[in-house]
Design a protein around this ligand. Structure first.
Ligand code: NAD
Length: 491
């Protein structure tokens, strides 16, 4: 829902200098000093960053190409050691990064700390992967020829990341890109560039040479990204964001047939069967729905609960939701604001629409009066009709719509009706039954009796309009390499 609008406005506003201040530092500088970064919980300007022009962006490609030449010539072991040093750097600066994320994104301290640790793990994982360079050496079937197959870094890579995981979405791309020998041009979301600059500093301190990692924030995403994608030396786009923006970028990449990886929107179903352990399902539902205040592409968006356990599930889930503490995350609240007041308004609109169609608010957390309009009360909606807009759109906020079911085939059909297929969740009493349901879901990842799927060692990504390619695990390396085969005469 929000992403296309937000993207458009974020995409077309003007960028100055890398930030020099930490999250705690707020400034009252005039507008012309750069792109302001705001704390969504308070509205305060945290810092200003350079608002890059198209010319500045274009010049960055020269440095990226020079950086690529240097970096690809280094030994895999060297790249591995640099990434491992960056992993340690992130651990050493974990608290600073956590506070930066809380300030510019608005998620809770616990969620931000978990993100920093998850994000750092990508550097560790890809430090370990950097030295695994599998290839093939085979005899051609007709004989007389040897096939030698190797992988090479794709080249200068453009990385575009969203605001919902400002650290992890960057390291999930930078890790495999650097391990493979690519140089990168990173455009973080205009709402959350400070974390990206802090990670770039850590990489520099870890020994990444000049030109290999460059970051450009911009009030006009399209201005910077178009300048990059127009340059023949840019050979890769790795994008994480909404399906709408992803579609436009795919069209742009078609012009020069740029290699793309697309991590796009989600609309995860969460299925609970009649014999599921309801307490475990509620624990999983809390994690799948309220991690990051519901602003995750893997967030459970549609709860399909078997009629036999509906009463118990909604009562227990409702009690947990009502107990959530909403407020400024810097003060320790569990649920902070959503990213902007505009995003909150769109979610309120989805709730209004569902209620007009007969949905009922079964539980709601307390929303303190002194908070701004970006805060929403975590809400449980029951009796949601299966055609409600709230079930078709990515809610991206702390609202849990529940639908009762009795027929398994019908509920799987409903779950698969979404045009995106990123994540899904299944809770069932018998593991094999849960896995059989999971295998029928048209999604890239399923939490089987688990409320979380993200893991640096596993392939993250979706099917249908949720994207192309995978990040994480050994799959992440493949996205930043090209296969070359040598046909060797072997008389
Ligand atoms: P968004 O698509 O609005 O923006 C993502 C990034 O693209 C930002 O850096 C933005 O500045 C940039 N951008 C916007 N318009 C652009 C343009 N015309 N040209 C080039 N770049 C442009 O998404 P968002 O609101 O930041 O993030 C939320 C969305 O991201 C949700 O849909 C969510 O599901 C998705 N997401 C997906 C994953 C995944 O791994 N599949 C992970 C996190 C978030």
């Amino acid at each position: 829902m929000h992403p296309e609008n937000t993207a458009q406005s974020a995409a077309d506003s003007p960028a100055v200098h890398p930030p020099e201040h930490t999250a705690a530092h707020t400034t009252q500088q005039p507008e012309h000093l750069g792109l302001p970064v705001r704390n969504p919980a308070t509205g305060a300007v945290l810092d200003r960053v350079r608002d890059h022009s198209a010319e500045e962006a274009a010049a960055m490609v020269d440095a990226a190409q020079a950086g690529f030449r240097t970096w690809r010539a280094t030994a895999p072991r060297h790249r591995s050691e640099v990434l491992m040093a960056a992993y340690r750097g992130m651990q050493e600066q974990a608290e600073r990064l956590r506070d930066l994320i809380v300030a510019e994104n608005g998620k809770s301290k616990a969620d931000a700390a978990a993100e920093v640790s998850y994000a750092a793990e990508f550097f560790r994982w890809y430090a370990e992967e950097a030295v695994r360079t599998p290839g093939e050496y085979t005899e051609a079937p007709a004989g007389g020829v040897r096939n030698v197959v190797t992988r090479h870094p794709v080249g200068v890579a453009v990385l575009i990341t969203p605001w919902n995981f400002p650290a992890a979405m960057a390291t999930r791309k930078i890790g495999p890109a650097l391990a493979s020998g690519c140089s990168v041009l990173l455009k973080p979301a205009s709402e959350t560039p400070l974390t990206a600059f802090a990670i770039a500093e850590i990489l520099t301190e870890a020994g990444v040479p000049e030109g290999v990692v460059q970051v450009a924030a911009s009030s006009s995403a399209s201005r910077v990204v178009s300048a990059w994608l127009a340059d023949d030396r840019v050979r890769k786009l790795s994008f994480t964001g909404s399906t709408g923006v992803g579609r436009r970028l795919l069209a742009q990449c078609a012009e020069r047939v740029v290699n793309t990886s697309m991590e796009l929107g989600g609309n995860a179903p969460f299925i609970v069967t009649a014999d599921a352990d309801v307490d475990a399902a509620v624990d999983g539902a809390m994690l799948a729905k309220f991690r990051n205040g519901g602003q995750a592409c893997t967030a459970a968006n549609r709860f399909y609960v078997h009629q036999d356990v509906l009463g118990e599930f909604t009562e227990k889930f409702g009690a947990r939701i009502a107990a959530l503490r909403v407020g400024d995350p810097a003060g320790g609240a569990e649920i902070g604001p959503v990213i902007t007041e505009q995003a909150a308004e769109q979610i309120r609109e989805l709730i209004r629409g569902a209620r007009e169609q007969g949905a009922v608010i079964a539980a709601e957390a307390h929303l303190p009066q002194d908070l701004n309009r970006a805060f929403l009360a975590p809400t449980l909606l029951t009796g949601v009709p299966t055609d409600a807009e709230i079930l078709r759109e990515e809610i991206f906020g702390p609202v849990a719509p529940v639908v009762a079911w009795t027929d398994l085939d019908a509920v799987i059909e409903l779950a698969n009706a979404a045009e995106v297929g990123l994540a899904g969740y299944v809770y069932a009493g018998k593991l094999q039954a849960a896995m059989k349901i999971a295998e029928r879901l048209e999604v890239g990842m399923v939490g089987v009796n688990r409320g979380i799927v993200s893991d640096p060692s596993a392939p993250f990504g979706g099917v249908k309009q949720a994207g192309i390619g995978r990040e994480g695990g050994r799959f992440g390396m493949e996205e930043f390499t090209e296969v070359q085969y040598l046909s060797v005469d072997w008389p």
